[in-house]
Each structure stands twice: as C-alpha cells, then as structure tokens.
Design a protein around this ligand. Structure first.
Ligand code: SAM
Ligand code: DTB
Ligand code: SF4
Length: 330
C-alpha cells in the first residue's frame, strides 16, 4: 500500500489532475480500493438550524443578507425540532448529522449554548455529529468537542489566490486558523471547496495542494459543484461539467487516500450514471435528504434506489473507533 503523503508538490498534482481521464479514474479507483471498502458510502444529512441574514459576502451564497435571493431568514431552531429531524435522518439510514448556521462566526452567547445542547442531543442518539457555524476561537472549538462534536465543516472553497474574488469579508488565513483550532480541540476536520466559481484549473490544483499538504489530511473533503443562485453575483456562472467534478474527486482521492471524499452540492443536476462515475473515481460520501441547507437535493428514496442499483451500502457510524476498539480487545 502506498504511504499517505503530506508533501505533494504543485507539479505532481498538476500531472495527476491533467492526466488522461480514464487513466486518472483507474488510478483513483485503485487507490480507493487499497484504502477503503468501495461498496461503502457515508450518508450524511444536513440541516440548516439558522438560516439566512448572514453578514458575509460569499459570492455564491443564498444566505448572505446583502443579496436578494428570496431565502427566508429563520432564527435558531428549537432543540426538539432539530432532534426530531435528526431521528428522521437516522431512521432513513444517515449516520452523520450536520447542523449548519448562517453565521460569520460563533459568538459566546445563549444561541451557542443552545447549539452545544443540540450537539449533546444528537451525539446521544448515536450519530456522528457535525457542525458548520463559521469561524471558531480555540475555546469555542473546545466547548464543541466537550459536548461530543465529531466533525467540524469549514471549507476553503477555492485557492488562496482566487479567494478575494469570491469573499472580501474574511481572509484565507482566518479560515486556516479556525481549522487549526478545530484540529487542536481533537475534533475531526471536514474541509473542501466548490468548483464553478470562475476559478482556473490551477486554482483547483492549488486548493487541493493546500488540503493535501496539511500536517494531517482533513478526515473529510466535500467537493461541491456551484449551485448558481439568482440574486448572487455568480447567478450566471455556467453549469459545472461533470468531467470536471470527476477529475476533482479522482485527484482528491489519489492525494488523500484515506479521507472521505464527499460528492456534495450539485447532485440534482447529475444522472445516476454521472454519480456512478464519481463513486468509481473515489467519492465515498454524500449528503442525503431532499434539501442541502436551502437548495434541493435528491430524496432518500432516489438515493436508496441508486444505492441498490450500484450495490452501495451506507457506512456505519463511528466505524474507525469501532475497528480500533475491536483491535484493542483481540
Ligand atoms: N456560515 C458557515 C461558513 O461559511 O462556514 C457555514 C455554512 S456555509 C453555507 C457552508 C458551505 O456551504 C460554504 O463554505 C460553501 O462551501 C457551501 N455553499 C454555500 N452556498 C453554496 C452554493 N450555492 N453552491 C455550492 N456550495 C455552497
Ligand atoms: C459542504 O461542503 N456543502 C454543504 C455543507 N458542506 C454545509 C452545503 C452546501 C450548500 C449548498 C447551498 C444551499 O443549500 O444553501
Ligand atoms: Fe453563506 Fe457561510 Fe458565507 Fe454566511 S459565511 S454568506 S452562510 S457561506
């Protein structure tokens, strides 16, 4: 088995990314079967627990207050409602539940205490709990860890070079420092990006370079295709080509063999055959449920039919911890 590397060079990544498509998919599929059970796909459900009205200017985002996108602002949901939704997701086969809030950053206030309570509740249900709440200080990351948070999602979105074209209200450095705070608190890192923002191939390669040369690879890397939203500055961007999605997923898989690579936003625009190519190329996680945060996603039923057709199975919760414990006992 080839070793996990954190010293990839830009040139090596360029060579992989630009290799001929079928060779690239074959190589990624080979790496994938060395490190992972290729029949297994992690099913993660998202819930927007606080929607819209965000002060940031992320050019892709339906929840930024400054764009007229028609998203209805909703205050923080009640714990009982969130737990009921998590139970529904669990019953439908999800093992990870991710709560998203349209916040620039977490503030130390009562809303944060309520989120900590939700984290405890979902954790007690036996699901892997994830949150995406914006920037975190070290002590906020620690509080989330103490409440039982399993993963924190905080995307780099694009390359350092392209970042200021997309967001001006925070910096790439801000993003990286939150990721460091999450890592130090012992919470697993979920960090990826979006394609279709008007970036070049080199921007995608540079983002993958940043991710794959972190001292520890993120445990999960979501690859989103831009969902172009009317009212945002990117509303007229052209639809992401599925081949680009496949190329991105395959390259991520080769660079970060043991990471969960998530085929994220954009699945409603993809046929089952196109999604199958992404699984071939090493994607092993999806968001399930008919809504992402504010935009549509395939239904549980459609995904169930796709899993049956492709012979895929949902990954069990806390798999790594369970295997580790089993090894310690034997
Ligand atoms: N406010 C927090 C933050 O920005 O980290 C958490 C929620 S934010 C909506 C989470 C992620 O959703 C973003 O980093 C971005 O990658 C993704 N996202 C948002 N709008 C999107 C869109 N229109 N298409 C694809 N991905 C999108
Ligand atoms: C991620 O990388 N993609 C998800 C999750 N992490 C939070 C969000 C996608 C959002 C798509 C636009 C929406 O539904 O609002
Ligand atoms: Fe959207 Fe998050 Fe940016 Fe706010 S910080 S505009 S919720 S992506």
């Amino acid at each position: 088995m080839s070793a996990i590397r954190n010293d990839w060079t830009i040139q090596e990544i360029q060579e992989i990314y630009h290799s001929s498509l079928l060779e690239l998919v074959f190589r990624a599929a080979s790496v994938h079967r060395q490190y992972n059970d290729t029949a297994e796909v992690q099913v993660c459900t998202l819930l927007s627990i606080k929607t819209g009205g965000c002060s940031e200017d992320c050019a892709y985002c339906p929840q930024a207050a400054r764009y007229n996108t028609g998203v209805e602002v909703q205050p923080l949901m009640k714990k009982e409602e969130v737990l009921a939704y998590a139970q529904k997701a669990k019953d439908a086969g999800s093992t990870r539940f991710c709560m998203g809030a349209a916040w620039r950053e977490v503030r130390d206030n009562r809303d944060f205490d309520r989120v900590l309570d939700m984290v405890r509740g979902v954790n007690e249900m036996g699901m892997e709990v994830c949150c995406t709440l914006g920037m975190l200080t070290p002590s906020q990351a620690q509080k989330l860890a103490d409440a039982g948070l399993y993963a924190y999602n905080h995307n780099l979105d694009t390359s350092k070079e392209h970042y200021s074209e997309i967001i001006s209200t925070r910096t790439y450095e801000d993003r990286l420092s939150t990721l460091e705070n999450v890592r130090k608190a012992g919470v697993t890192v979920c960090c990826g990006g979006i394609i279709g923002l008007g970036e070049t191939h080199n921007d995608r390669i540079n983002m993958l370079h940043t991710l794959s040369t972190m001292p520890e690879h993120p445990e999960s890397v979501p690859i989103n295709a831009l969902v172009a939203i009317a009212g945002t500055p990117l509303e007229h961007n052209s639809k992401v080509d599925t081949w680009d999605m496949v190329r991105m997923i395959a390259t991520a898989r080769i660079l970060m063999p043991a990471t969960m690579v998530r085929l994220s936003a954009g699945r409603t625009e993809m046929s089952v055959a196109e999604q199958a190519l992404c699984f071939m190329a090493g994607a092993n996680s999806i968001f399930a449920g008919d809504k992402l945060l504010t935009t549509p996603n395939p239904s549980f039923e459609e995904d169930d039919a796709m899993f049956k057709l492709l012979g895929l199975m949902p990954r069990v919760a806390f798999k790594e911890e369970k295997e580790y414990r089993a090894e310690m006992i034997s």
